[in-house]
Design a protein around this ligand. Structure first.
Ligand code: CU
Length: 491
């Protein structure tokens, strides 16, 4: 194993050297090698061993911070008004230290914005940063001009209002910046918030009581406990040794002996997580990126790549007295110890299914492939269909309301390659097959991101409900910033 790593590292080195001699804008290869040495730990990637930093266990000394629900500015019938402000600030992540951070309506991360199917949302976007940014609604079905892609830049000190109809089923979505070449840095520094789409159906879970969002991120802090992105960045995705959940260092979560819903969001720049419970207890996945699955799926572990979400329900009434249970990674890294209160077991109703969960039909999923996407490369040399992102080039077109079948291929490179999470803006798609096989049950719901292992070929059924220019890209944020992105014009 060690030899393979050595060979793979020297190959990386040769590749980097070769690359740098042709492209003077690349990072200094020695800098890259030194910033990535002594990085080890569980294998998050296939092939590329460099850049892998192991994550420190959570000691559980701090109770998890629960993001507040954002108060609307106004609610008039079906019209709801919100203000989202991107701002700079200082946050006490480490006791006794002030860390320079970014946040939405706060100094770090952001609140939960709730929208209801059928509402018209009016969102005032304010940029109080000292750099340009955009406001992208990840997973939201929305027109291209309100989607917050790299075209929709808001300059420092400026504001803009967007209006859209909420037309999708209940789901856990999120929002983050998407400025060209700067997404990774701004997310790393703290810009990320949650958006819950709701409907009129009863939901037995209560935010902060037995319904908890978990924004899972890894970060590197310097000796002064600052986030110094320029020093720690990695062109294949920046990892850190410090785990933050909802911005909480060493989090723990106190729960009752009852069913608890966790809304997991992998908000990391590049790290993949396979989540499980330390006692190997199973849990139910009830929702994926785009909302509720047709049926809950019983699992003992679940992988989420950057930007993917899953809603899971854990039954804590099954925990024995004095049993320690933790949310862990597949390598045993402790992410979130649970403190189970020995209170009466509450009876909880099952969550109701949405009325109309299907918008892409089985027949539409039988169509021939009409778009082929090839993901390839590493570091600065990532491409889609052999090309780098060009804001002035439209790569594909598609008609509004028409379902097409896209084939996505993660083409291996000489070192094997790595997992690329492929994301499409402005829509929720269905996975038809992965390498010719039916997707696992928990990938049969609506998705906006699909993780592809090297060599994987997936077919997905994609329909856009709204017009405009939309991005599709790798959600390793540094790959996105390095041009692993294309544009589709929907008309
Ligand atoms: Cu990628």
């Amino acid at each position: 194993m060690k030899r393979i790593i050595l060979i793979s590292m020297s190959l990386t080195f040769i590749l980097i050297l070769g690359a740098c001699s042709t492209d003077p804008s690349n990072m200094n290869p020695f800098q890259m090698m030194t910033s990535s040495d002594d990085r080890s730990g569980s294998s998050m990637m296939m092939g590329h061993e460099h850049g892998n930093i192991s994550l420190q266990d959570s000691t559980g000394e701090n109770e998890l911070i629960i993001p507040p629900i954002l108060k609307s500015d106004k609610l008039e019938g079906n019209d709801i008004y919100y203000t989202i402000e991107a701002q700079k600030g200082q946050t006490e992540i480490f006791e006794g230290f002030q860390t320079e951070t970014l946040g939405y309506n706060s100094t770090f991360l952001g609140p939960v914005m709730k929208l209801k199917k059928g509402q018209t949302a009016h969102i005032k976007l304010k940029n109080s940063l000292d750099e340009e940014t955009t406001f992208h609604w990840h997973g939201l079905i929305i027109a291209g001009d309100a989607d917050g892609g790299p075209h929709d830049v808001i300059q420092p000190g400026e504001e803009k209002e967007i209006t859209f109809d909420v037309q999708q089923e209940r789901a856990t979505l999120w929002f983050h910046p998407h400025p060209k070449g700067k997404t990774a840095k701004q997310v790393f520094e703290g810009l990320a918030g949650l958006m819950y789409i709701e409907d009129d159906m009863d939901d037995p879970y209560v935010h902060g009581e037995n319904d908890f969002p978990l924004i899972i991120q890894d970060r590197t802090f310097n000796d002064q406990k600052q986030l110094d992105y320029e020093t720690v960045k990695n062109a294949d995705g920046t990892m850190g040794e410090t785990l933050l959940i909802n911005g909480t260092l060493h989090p723990r979560l106190t729960v009752n002996k009852e069913k608890v819903r966790l809304r997991l969001l992998n908000g990391s720049n590049m790290r993949n997580y396979t989540f499980k419970l330390s006692n190997n207890q199973s849990f139910q996945q009830i929702a994926s990126d785009g909302g509720l699955l047709n049926e809950p799926v019983e699992l003992t572990d679940i992988q989420l790549t950057p930007s993917e979400r899953a809603e899971i329900v854990i039954d804590f009434s099954k925990i024995k007295e004095n049993e320690d249970v933790e949310l862990v990674m597949d390598d045993g890294t402790v992410l979130l110890p649970f403190k189970v209160k020995n209170e009466e077991n509450k009876v909880q109703e099952e969550i109701q299914k949405p009325q109309n969960p299907i918008t892409i039909t089985k027949e539409e999923m039988q169509k021939e492939v009409s778009k082929e996407i090839v993901l390839f490369g590493m570091m600065q040399h990532v491409t889609i269909n052999g090309k780098k992102f060009d804001m002035n080039r439209i790569d594909f077109t598609q008609k509004v309301g028409e379902t097409e079948v896209w084939e996505i291929y993660n083409k291996p490179d000489m070192m094997g390659g790595m997992i690329h999470p492929f994301h499409i803006h402005g829509t929720q798609f269905k996975v038809i097959s992965i390498n010719g096989e039916d997707p696992p049950e928990n990938l049969q719901g609506y998705k906006d991101t699909i993780a592809l292992d090297p060599g994987d070929k997936a077919k997905i059924a994609v329909k856009f409900e709204q017009e405009g220019v939309f991005m599709y890209h790798c959600h390793i944020l540094e790959h996105e910033d390095n041009g692993m992105m294309g544009q589709i014009k929907v008309e």
